[in-house]
Design a protein around this ligand. Structure first.
Ligand code: 5U1
Length: 675
């Protein structure tokens, strides 16, 4: 090949790879298989290795990270990177709108662009003639750090702009963030290697961008979402759209990822509405957000409004309640669970976080306590996102008091004084007392009667505790021997409540095999596994008799769980309980065993998104699985049906793009009713 042919080949490969990269990272819809991408990539790498002079600055091979730096050099922002004023309630939002109208001397409704405020790191990307030449952090707004090598490793950042009509110089601003799923995986890998984990996705994104060795950044699951432009030299005859949302769409056309939730609100009330709607979706989004940014949409009005000190007068961030707060760990207590797990629980100085007051948080186990390096008396960061249980995510070492105390793990069960043991290969410490231990008994009974198990109406945790403490119930089978007089005599009970409870116990006797299996509380056997076991074996007797080899045939059951199931049914005390329960009248129909491929939805993959009103996500998932469907978390070409409730977002859009069947909740109910 002569030189000009070689150059042509490199140019063509670079162009193809940039296009495929954009399809993969930004549009989320690759047009070629990964293997084909890899093949072209290696072809380009091979040519570049032999002819380094042909390496283009925007070659996709440059994304893998370059030579490690000694330090980051400084960058002067041509146009300062501003911050945003905040609003915390509706009144502050309306005040903001009033100020905008007053400055513009108008009473007409103002149109706003709305977009989530991503919890990441603000960056500036500079393109000259469409090629990325510099990436920088915000720094103090005037001076940032040059992180060009690092930003080049991020797949959703175009190394070269798409199309031709872009400005001569274009500075794009946006947020680099780590999606929740990538963060969870990164932390899990770090924990498995015994390395320090990150407290939250934002810290992980910041830590990843601060790497002097861009090869490390290249391994981190980072994304970039564009939210505006800074310095710009348009060039002859070129113009930008005249609205903020129009500019974002133009940036999208040039190859940037913009937020899929972006919308236009006709007035301030529509902004408040948008904030509330997105608030309900906040926990379902694939990334952390800490508020919504509203920007006066017309750029001409933005110019008339101008800036105050460090923030524009035409934009505001309406913040959501914080999901992280500081508080003090006052004490650690040890709770004994159903399976005897002895869990350290942090008693905290009450703190308002994620919309509720939190005074307890689990510390999980000894490894977690060591990983956090936490002591009694420490100031800690508590995180609570949506329904998620509050977590201690980090310690603030500077605030450690002199009298901070190490957390001592008990060698004896705090409830029954049996020895606490740690089984080989496990991190969890367990009370060895089994059913001798009152705590384990209580928890086993609570689990047995809980909603997803036997669902005994009116038998809550407090009542179970009373029944065990009064010695009326020692095991699950004892529940069905309770007498009216015994129950009526308990605190806050009476004749009526006692009758109701006995009637609920009677009603719970007619159950299903999956629910009964789940209710037994076999280690690691959750609802889905219980269902799979029932489906596979059809009868309880068959499960009791199954050896480990037969058990691992069941979907979801691995050798460890098979061992737990075996040892549960090998224990005569458990078999006695089952016999007593059956003698008391517990009953369920056997299940017609069907081979997986005979189930009506076999081979189909469903995805659930949005809010379902008549049944929970878990129940919908379980019902679909029972019919043989696989239920996946994300939409892909392999998805058969997307079940979309109100508030569905990017998954719905993707399913529409891929022309996947979309079903609403009514359709799902009709489908379930059919079988
Ligand atoms: N989504 C979004 N985040 N964010 C942050 N837009 C946005 N705009 C910003 C900032 C600091 O600033 C401009 C309004 C100047």
């Amino acid at each position: 090949m002569n030189d000009s042919e070689l150059i042509q080949q490199v140019t063509s490969l670079v162009e193809k790879l940039l296009k495929y990269n954009h399809e993969y990272y930004v549009l989320d819809s690759p047009s070629i298989p990964d293997a084909e991408y890899d093949r072209l990539f290696r072809q380009l790498q091979a040519i570049e290795a032999e002819h380094p002079a042909l390496i283009q600055a925007d070659s996709p091979t440059q994304r893998v990270g370059g030579i490690a730096l000694d330090s980051f050099s400084q960058v002067q922002h041509e146009v300062p990177m501003l911050s945003l004023d905040n609003a915390f309630d509706e009144e502050e939002m309306r005040d903001f709108n009033r100020r905008v109208q007053e400055r513009l001397k108008t009473t007409a409704a103002i149109e706003y662009g709305c977009e989530p405020k991503l919890d990441g790191i603000a960056v500036s990307l500079l393109y000259r003639d469409g090629v990325l030449v510099r990436g920088a952090t915000r720094g103090d707004g005037s001076t940032g750090e040059d992180i060009t090598q690092n930003v080049k490793t991020i797949g959703s950042i175009p190394l070269r702009l798409q199309g031709h009509d872009f400005p001569e110089v274009l500075e794009v601003r946006g947020e680099i963030y780590m999606p929740k799923a990538g963060f969870a995986k990164l932390n899990q890998q770090a924990a498995e290697r015994g390395e320090k984990t990150f407290a939250n996705p934002r810290n992980a994104a910041a830590g990843s961008l601060r790497q002097l060795d861009s090869k490390i950044t290249a391994t981190r699951p980072l994304q970039m979402c564009a939210y505006g432009v800074g310095h710009i030299v348009l060039g002859q005859g070129k113009a930008l759209p005249d609205t903020h949302t129009g500019i974002l769409q133009q940036l999208q056309a040039w190859g940037f990822l913009i937020n899929a939730e972006m919308a236009v609100a006709n007035d301030i009330e529509a902004c408040i509405d948008y904030y509330q709607k997105l608030g309900t979706k906040r926990d379902d989004l694939a990334y952390d957000i800490d508020g919504i940014v509203f920007k006066v949409n017309a750029t001409e009005l933005q110019q008339r409004l101008g800036f105050v000190s460090r923030a524009p007068r035409w934009a505001i961030a309406y913040k959501f309640p914080a999901q992280e707060e500081l508080t003090v760990l006052q004490e650690v207590e040890f709770q004994v669970g159903r399976t005897g797990a002895v869990t350290p629980v942090a008693r905290l100085k009450p703190v308002f976080v994620g919309g509720v007051t939190v005074s307890n948080a689990t510390l999980h186990n000894r490894d977690e306590v060591e990983r956090l390096g936490v002591m009694v008396g420490d100031t800690v960061i508590i995180r609570r996102a949506g329904d998620v249980i509050p977590q201690v995510v980090a310690v603030v070492p500077e605030r450690r008091p002199e009298d901070a105390k190490a957390i001592e793990f008990p060698s004896q069960c705090p409830v029954c004084q049996s020895p606490v043991v740690v089984e080989e290969g496990e991190v969890v410490a367990r009370c060895s007392g089994g059913l001798i231990c009152g705590a384990q008994r209580k928890e086993a009974i609570k689990h047995f009667v809980s909603r997803k198990a036997l669902d005994v109406d009116g038998l809550g945790d407090k009542l179970v505790e009373q029944l065990v403490e009064q010695g009326l119930v020692e095991s699950i089978a004892d529940l069905f021997q309770l007498q009216h007089q015994q129950v009526a005599g308990l605190e806050r009970m009476g004749d009526k409540s006692a009758s109701n409870l006995l009637a609920a116990l009677e009603a719970s006797k007619s159950t299903s095999l999956p629910k009964f299996l789940f209710a037994l509380g076999i280690r690691q056997v959750g609802e889905a596994t219980a269902r799979n076991l029932a489906q596979h074996f059809g009868k309880l007797e068959a499960i009791v008799a199954a050896d480990e080899e037969a058990l691992v045939e069941v979907a979801d059951v691995g050798p460890i769980m098979a061992g737990f199931i075996r040892s549960f049914f090998a224990d005569q005390r458990n078999l006695d309980q089952i016999t007593r329960l059956c003698e008391a009248g517990l009953n369920w129909p056997d299940i017609q065993v069907k081979a997986q491929h005979q189930l009506p939805l076999a081979g189909q993959t469903y995805v659930l998104t949005g809010t379902l009103e008549t049944l929970s996500r878990n129940d919908a998932k379980a019902a679909l699985q029972e019919l043989g469907a696989k239920v996946a978390g994300s939409v892909s070409a392999k998805t058969s049906v997307l079940v979309a409730g109100p508030g569905a977002g990017s998954k719905l859009k993707k399913a529409q793009d891929l022309e996947i069947e979309i079903m609403d909740e009514e359709g799902l109910q009709a489908l379930l009713a059919k079988y």
